[in-house]
Design a protein around this ligand. Structure first.
Ligand code: C2E
Ligand code: CA
Ligand code: CA
Length: 557
């Protein structure tokens, strides 16, 4: 079995000098061995790495001493920061994390490697960091629970398949019925068992074509259709539903799995994953509603699903009547527990239905042009309230969620600048949270707009990180200050595999020098794990639920 890569594999043994060695002698040593990456100096028990680029800059006189003078000085006078020393048996993952954990100035210095026999070597950091980032990319494309590809991998594969040629592609969305009840009744770990069983049946029927989107939703992506008729696709979906029916014995109980499926396929000229998913989703809900188990998308289904039109019409007046209110939830410093900022979260104080959370109206609002008026209102409210807190002496920054359709408009920069001026609030007191999907559609345009917002002095957080499609490459190109890891990761952090992902994300975020935030923290144990993994800021019911401004003020007092 090939062993997992360890630091020793990367290291080359080096000459160890003591701190009295003269710089002239060091020069002779590196001249004698043109291959060497550098030297290691030990002074008073502390180890320093003198890598070749550093030595060359010293010898070129760049430290401000003349060359002759320099040559007579001892190594002690040119020692950099103490080196990171790790045993040769350290796994690459661990070594890479340790490297990224160093202070900014020391990040690129080679690592000193101590071998079992007492010799020392040095290892370059480039391959380590690259390894970690590759591992993250691949971990981040697998669904930890089932081993199937996840939404990210689907996006990547579908991107290729849809761009390749114009053969029809079909997408089947399968959603288990009443899975929540099974979960509640049998417990999460048995619910997980069941998901694994379903996953393996699906994967056997369509190897390498099945993805889990999250929860109890599975996708099959088919690009080699023998027949593209509705009848054929429907038959195929029914056969799959039959296969996953079971019964499976979970904890001694035979369970029959009922599920519904929606099917959508590409049409000439329209080959977009978003369209396929939306179409399959509409069809799947129709299948549940009609109790037909399977539906293939057709335009009539879309018209049916707009039953929330009434709510949407009411929302228009709600904005004008001031029925939208903001609740505020604290984000705390992971080490001190002090409130670091607040997030503004909208609620609709509905005259008949009572207090509605965004789940009841936000998706609909985002699909209509009303989202602009709504966000303007929310921003104005949040800035006004924050300015009030500042005037009262509580200088707390407040974060506002910026939905994708709003970030897509140039006007948003002026709106934010105008509000800051109107309420005389320093820009540093405002944060905006954006999601991966908001920047995915036109990354370059969004990056420009975000840059303009950030130039005002407003901070920018990437929300729900891990659930979307953002590659690390994209992340490095966006002007970000914070990364908020999605709560779905946080809730699974007690699973060691999930923890590995969270730790890899944490290491990368530190490499990019982003403030790392975790949301959905519901207990102290989770808070401890996250703090130890290097999270800077925590948010969740454990520290406080969203509350109206008055209560938020009282809690802060
Ligand atoms: P989000 O931005 O991820 O906001 C955090 C959500 O997690 C909030 O739900 C919050 O109440 C909930 N939460 C906080 N702590 C915990 C916890 O410990 N455990 C669990 N399970 N949940 C926790 P909420 O307020 O229902 O908001 C849902 C989503 O709606 C938000 O997710 C955000 O995407 C959107 N949203 C909320 N307010 C606004 C707004 O003013 N404008 C826009 N555009 N979107 C908003
Ligand atoms: Ca948010
Ligand atoms: Ca979030």
């Amino acid at each position: 079995m090939p062993h997992a890569p360890v630091l020793g594999d990367l290291a080359t043994p080096v000459t160890v000098i003591d701190a009295d060695t003269g710089v002239g002698e060091i020069e002779a040593l590196i001249r004698a061995d043109p291959e060497t990456l550098g030297l290691v100096a030990v002074d008073d028990g502390t180890t320093y790495v003198l890598d070749r680029p550093y030595l060359e800059s010293v010898l070129a006189g760049r430290l401000g001493y003349g060359r002759a003078l320099m040559f007579r000085r001892p190594a002690r006078s040119i020692l950099p920061e103490p080196a990171l020393v790790l045993p040769a048996a350290t796994a690459w993952d661990d070594a890479a994390r340790a490297v990224l954990n160093r202070p900014a100035g020391a990040k690129s210095l080679p690592v000193v490697v101590s071998f079992d026999d007492g010799r020392l070597g040095i290892a370059p950091v480039g391959p380590l960091v690259e390894h970690l980032s590759r591992r993250y990319e691949s971990l981040a494309q697998d669904d930890v629970l089932t081993g199937l590809g996840n939404r990210r991998r689907l996006a990547e594969v579908a991107g290729d398949v849809l761009a390749r040629d114009d053969r029809p592609v079909a997408l089947l969305l399968i959603d288990l019925d009443r899975f929540k009840e099974i979960n509640d009744e049998l417990g999460h770990s048995r619910g997980d068992d069941l998901l694994r069983r379903v996953a393996s049946v699906l994967a056997e029927a369509f190897p390498d074509r099945v993805y889990r989107l999250g929860g109890d939703e599975f996708v099959v992506l088919l690009d080699d259709l023998a027949d593209e008729s509705d009848e054929y696709l429907e038959k195929l979906a029914r056969r799959l539903l039959h296969d996953i029916q079971g019964p499976f014995t979970v904890a001694g109980v035979p369970i029959t799995v009922e599920a519904s499926a929606g099917v959508a396929r590409t049409t000439p000229g329209r080959r977009d994953l978003g369209d396929l998913l939306a179409g399959a989703d509409t069809a799947m809900y129709a299948a549940k509603r009609h109790r037909t188990a399977v539906e293939v998308w057709r335009p009539e289904l879309a018209a049916e699903s707009t039953t929330d039109l009434r709510l949407l019409a009411e929302l228009r007046t709600a904005i004008d009547r001031g029925e939208l209110v903001l609740y505020y939830q604290p984000l705390v410093d992971a080490r001190t527990g002090r409130v670091e900022s607040l997030e503004a979260l909208v609620r609709w104080d509905h005259p008949r239905h009572g207090l509605l959370t965004p789940a009841a109206f936000l998706a609909e609002a985002e699909r209509s042009e009303m989202i602009t008026a709504m966000t303007d209102r929310i921003l104005a409210d949040a800035v006004r309230q924050t300015a009030r807190w500042h005037r009262d002496g509580w200088r707390v920054p407040v974060a506002v969620n910026l939905p994708a359709p709003v970030l897509a408009q140039d006007r948003i920069v002026g709106v934010i600048a105008g509000l800051l001026a109107e309420y005389d609030l320093p820009a540093g007191a405002l944060k905006v949270e954006i999601t991966e999907s908001a920047v995915m559609t036109r990354p370059e345009r969004s990056a420009d707009r975000l840059r303009a917002i950030r130039e005002l002095g407003v901070r920018i957080a990437m929300d729900d990180f891990g659930t979307g499609y953002t590659s690390l490459a994209l992340l490095t190109r966006l002007p970000l200050d914070e990364l908020k890891l999605d709560r779905s990761f946080v809730h699974r952090i007690h699973d060691p595999r999930e923890r590995a992902i969270v730790e890899a994300v944490a290491a990368m975020a530190r490499g990019l020098r982003l403030t790392l935030v975790a949301e959905g923290v519901e207990d102290q144990q989770t808070a401890d794990i996250l703090r130890d993994a290097g999270f800077d800021v925590l948010q969740g019911y454990h520290f406080g639920r969203p509350a109206p401004p008055v209560e938020t003020t009282r809690r802060a007092a």
